[in-house]
Every structure is written in C-alpha cells, then in structure tokens.
Design a protein around this ligand. Sequence first.
Ligand SMILES: Cc1ncc(COP(=O)(O)O)c(C=O)c1O
Length: 472
Amino acid sequence: MTDEHSTDQAADPFKPYKGRFQSYPGLPKQGRDHQEILRELSVISEEENARWKTGRVSGTFYHAGDAHRAFLNDIFSLFSHVNVIQADLCPSMSKFESEIVAMTASILNGDAVKAVNPEEEVCGTVTSGGTESILMAMKVYRDRAFYEKNITQPEIIKPKTAHPAFLKAGQYFGIKVVEIPTGQPDFLVDPAAVEAHINDNTIAIVGSAGNYPYGLVDPFDRLSDLALKYDVGLHADGCLGGFILPWIEKLGYPVPVFDFRLPGLTSMSADTHKYGFGLKGTSVILYRNKELRRYQYFDVPDFPGGIYASPSASGSRSGGLTASTWASMVSLGEAGYMDAAKSMMAVADAIRAGIEAIPELILIGDSTFIISFRSDEIDVFHVNDFMKTKGWRFNVLQLPPALHFCVTMPQVQVPDIAGHLIEDVKAGVAYAKSKAGTVAETTALYGMAGSAETNQMMSELLSAYLDHFYTV
Ligand SMILES: Cc1ncc(COP(=O)(O)O)c(C=O)c1O
C-alpha cells in the first residue's frame, strides 16, 4: 500500500516507511481489516528484528530469545487491559508487584539491611522504567530534606558518567545537580571530589552500578561512608547492572559491592526491562526503609472524582507489563539468570581480550559486560564509520571519544560473534589509519558537544529531531 500523502520518496532514515505504507495525518474514516494491519506490522517488525538478530547491535535488545519473548507476550495478553492502580478490581497486581519488588530486593541483598537495623526493611515500587525510578528517588530525597531538614535549595552530587535521568530530575524537581568529572586513570568518581562538594544543601549523592558509558561500578564503599558521615542519601543506579552484576559476582568476577550490604546505601534502581529480560516498560525502585518510600507516594483524599492515590509518577499502567515482568523473573529464576550471565560473559570476555590485543586501542576501566575503548593513536570515530559498513552498531561515546559494545543475549545466539567483531575492529583500525587527518562521519554528530555554545547548537538540533519524530 502506498502513501497517498507523500510525494517525497527521498531516503529519510527516520521515516523509512514513508511511501511504503499508508500514513495517517488524521484518523481514517473507516477502520481497517485486522489481518491486513497484522500483515503490515509483521513486515515492519520482522525487518526491524532482522537488524539486532545479527548480534551486531550493542545493548538495547536484552531478552532471552524468541521463546521467552513469546511467553511474555502470552502473559501480557492475559492482563494487557488491566490497570495496575485499580487494586480493588485486580488484586493480582498487588501480588505481582509486591513479589517483583521482594525478588529484586533479594537479588540486591536487601536482607543485609535488617542485620544493621532490625527496624528497617528494604521496600520499593515498580515503575515504568529506569528514568522514572531515578526521578522518584530524587523526589524522595528532595521531599525528605524539605520536611525533615527544611532544605529549600536542594543539591545532589553525581559523577559526570551517571545517567542523564538525574539531570532530568534536577530540571523537573528544582534540584541543583553538581557533576563530578571522571576520567583517567580509572574513569570512576573520586570520593574525595564528592566529599569536597557536600554542603548543607546536599540531599543525596549518586553512583552507578554500572554506568552507561563504560559499565563501570563507582566506589560505593567509600560513597557509603560519606553518606553516613554527612547524613545524606546514597542512590545506586543499577538500572543497567542491577540484574546482571549480582550474577557476574556469583560467577567469580571481581565486582565492587554496590548494593544494600553497604550501610550507607539508601536507595537503588534496577531495571526489569533490561537484564531482567522483561518486556519494555518496567523497572524497580528500592528504598532502605518504608519511611523513605512514603515520600514517593502521591494522594489526593478530596478529589471530586473519588479518593486518589498512586505510588509513582505514572497514573494508569498496564497490568500486562506487571504480569509479564513477574513471569520473566519466576520463569528464569536464579539458575536462568546465572546461565544467561555466564553465556553473555563468555562473549564479553572474548571481546575484551580481542580489543586488549589490538595495540592502537585502550580499554576503558575494569568493566565486565560492557567493553569500552578509546585510542591515543587513531580516531575511533573512523573505526565506527567502518563498523557501520559491516552492519555493526556500537554506542558512540564522547568526552573523551570512545566506543562501547554492551553484550546482551542476541550476541550469545550468533556463533563466534566475538571473533567477527574483533576481525572487523582490526580492519576498522586499518581504515582509521588510512583516513588519518580527515573528519569521520561519526564526528559530525559527536564531535560537537563540550562548550556552552556548541551544546546550545546541539540542543536545538535535538529539539528539531524530536519535532521531526512527531511529524507524520
Ligand atoms: C545506567 C542507566 N541508568 C538509567 C537508565 C535509564 O533507563 P530508562 O531508559 O529505562 O529510562 C539507563 C538506560 O540505559 C542506564 O543505562
């Protein structure tokens, strides 16, 4: 079916379906046939799946295979129409969500909290994703600081490498975000630098387990000491690592302690929709005690529409996501997650060893499931240009320029993916040498950020991109 509204068939990478399928600038007068819609969307879905099924896409698609996804979709369909916050009508949601939270707490050593203080018990809520979990934790610290310490100009301290969601929280909730630069030699946050920025307005400090750019775990033992010394919150962002680092640690890899075993740790985010292998749209936010969680809740007892309460930023949420997340966890169990982690780490180890053996490349930090590298000799953005021609999608890092590959289950499903990756990276390095002195295509996008002026320019480009996203 062609697009009657589109005459411009020029290739726009963000609008590949223009001209191929009907566009809808308005609601169609008559509804379309189910089978026809299903056929059309199956074509789109299969084409998009083909890309990551090559195993050449870093991160993004985490799940444990087609059978697992089909199972989750079956579960989703049983509860897709259910609203999680209508607990009176669907008490199953209370079962699923409380158990998702409890299981996540058990993975992240929630039991250790009671040993320090028998009055405390790790608790939490399910949210729509990592960003919402982080937003909620920052709101909790802001409100706690206001009500308990009368802090009206709240500040948090984060490593530069911690996720932009903390900056979003700052913008949404009026919290000043103090960023601590990270860099050589270990690319981790320096606790002494964090301490130097703690003041009377500090409500929380933040670290990542592991961080998005490099997969590294910040030195939480020392951050925990600081949190206790200055009586501020400590949030561990385990959105990415929360459902894989515990298994990696059990497999015997050296993973710094980052969870509730630390007495100063007060909250933690962990994404069920990443390495929890759930469908997209859920995450867990955990707190050290129920008093903290109370600051997350929202209620309006005198709403004319009836008494209103919701635990998080979202209002209605699909019970399908909750049920399928629960099903993902109980169907895999510890053994399933361990097996997955073991097979992903076999790939990650092979990639790491291969990169380490390429003299022009320098590994960034002591990471596990993400392999990041930079170079002092060649422009790694040229390497990225080359890798793109071979169908690879690395994540492009900046400040400093670097690339990372985040290993997920699709890599496990393609034989010798690490061998192919290393072979192509080697060829990419040779290509980069041949292009020395020229500007890489990747640089056009990533070489700009840094100064206030170029950041402003990038900001405008990004807004234009988002406008374009919502253009039919
Ligand atoms: C370390 C880390 N924190 C937070 C987030 C935000 O998660 P989400 O995209 O689910 O909102 C991500 C996403 O990649 C992440 O890697």
